[in-house]
Design a protein around this ligand. Structure first.
Ligand code: ADP
Ligand code: ADP
Ligand code: ZN
Length: 214
C-alpha cells in the first residue's frame, strides 16, 4: 500500500502517517524529518535546506526528489510506505510518478487531511517536538504524560522555529500556492481521499482506516 499524505502545515499529516505506518507495518517517510535530521548532523543538504525552511519556503525540488526516489526504492519499502510532506509541488508529484512508472508501480492513495486556515495557526502554536527523537505532541490535544518531556525517549520538547506564527502564515501561503494544486492532480488520477482533519485525532484515523481497510 503506497500512500501520500496531503494537507496544510499542521493539518495532522505526521500524526496520522505514524498511525498508518504502525497499523499497516510500512515505513513512514517524512521529508521534513529527513531535513531536520540533516540539519542536526550538519550535512551539506541540511545547511542548504535550512535557509529555505527558516523562511517558511519550500526546499527546491532538486534537493528533495532524488532523496525520496532513492528512499522508496529501498528494500523495506517493497510492501508500501506512507509519504508525509512529499510531494509538495506538481513537479515533485510528476517526478515521483515517473520514477514509479519505470518499475511498473503507482501510488494507491492520496489522503487529504482538511483543516481550515483559521484552525492552523492556533494548532501550530501548541505543537511541540522532541529534540531527540522528533516525536510530535500538542500541549492541549496530544499532551505528554510529564510536561515538557517526551513520552517516547525522555528528551526535551521545543516549539519548532518554523512554527512561530509569522512563519506559519508564510507557510500557509506557500501551501495554497504550490501544494494545494496537488488535490486536483490526485483527483484526476482517481486516488484522492478527503478526510476531515478538525475532529479528534483517533476519529480522523478511524475515517482513514475505513478507506484503507482493516
Ligand atoms: P509540516 O509537518 O508542518 O507540514 P514538514 O516537517 O513537512 O512541515 O516540513 C518542514 C519544512 O521542510 C517545510 O516548510 C519545507 O521548507 C521543507 N520541506 C519538507 N518537505 C518538503 C518537500 N517535499 N519539498 C520542499 N520542501 C520541503
Ligand atoms: P503536520 O504533519 O500536517 O504538519 P502534525 O501531525 O504535526 O501536522 O500536527 C500538528 C499539531 O496538531 C501537532 O501538535 C499535533 O499533535 C496536533 N494535531 C494533529 N492532529 C490533530 C487533531 N485531529 N486535533 C487536534 N490536534 C491535532
Ligand atoms: Zn523523544
Amino acid at each position: 500500500m503506497k500512500i501520500i499524505m496531503l494537507g496544510a502545515p499542521g493539518a495532522g499529516k505526521g500524526t496520522q502517517a505514524k498511525k498508518i505506518a504502525a497499523k499497516y507495518d510500512i515505513p513512514h517517510i517524512s521529508t521534513g524529518d529527513i531535513f531536520r535530521a540533516n540539519i542536526k548532523s550538519g550535512t551539506d543538504l541540511g545547511k542548504k535546506a535550512k535557509t529555505f525552511m527558516d523562511q517558511g519556503l519550500l526546499v527546491p525540488d532538486e534537493l528533495v526528489v532524488d532523496l525520496v526516489v532513492d528512499r522508496v526504492g529501498q528494500d523495506d519499502c517493497s510492501k508500501g510506505y506512507v509519504l508525509d510532506g512529499f510531494p509538495r509541488t506538481i513537479p515533485q508529484a510528476e517526478a515521483l510518478d515517473a520514477a514509479l512508472a519505470k518499475v511498473d508501480q503507482k501510488m494507491d492513495y492520496a489522503i487529504n487531511v482538511e483543516v481550515p486556515d483559521e484552525n492552523i495557526i492556533q494548532r501550530m502554536s501548541g505543537r511541540r517536538a522532541c529534540v531527540d527523537c522528533g516525536a510530535t505532541y500538542h500541549i492541549v490535544y496530544a499532551p505528554t504524560k510529564k510536561e515538557g518531556i517526551c513520552d517516547n525517549c525522555g528528551g526535551s520538547l521545543i516549539l519548532r522555529d518554523d512554527d512561530k506564527p509569522e512563519t506559519v502564515q508564510k507557510r500557509l501561503g506557500v501551501y495554497h500556492e504550490q501544494t494545494q494544486p496537488l488535490i486536483e492532480y490526485y483527483t484526476d488520477k482517481n486516488i484522492l481521499v478527503e478526510v476531515d482533519g478538525t475532529i479528534d485525532i483517533n476519529d480522523v484515523f478511524t475515517e482513514i482506516v475505513k478507506v484503507l481497510g482493516e
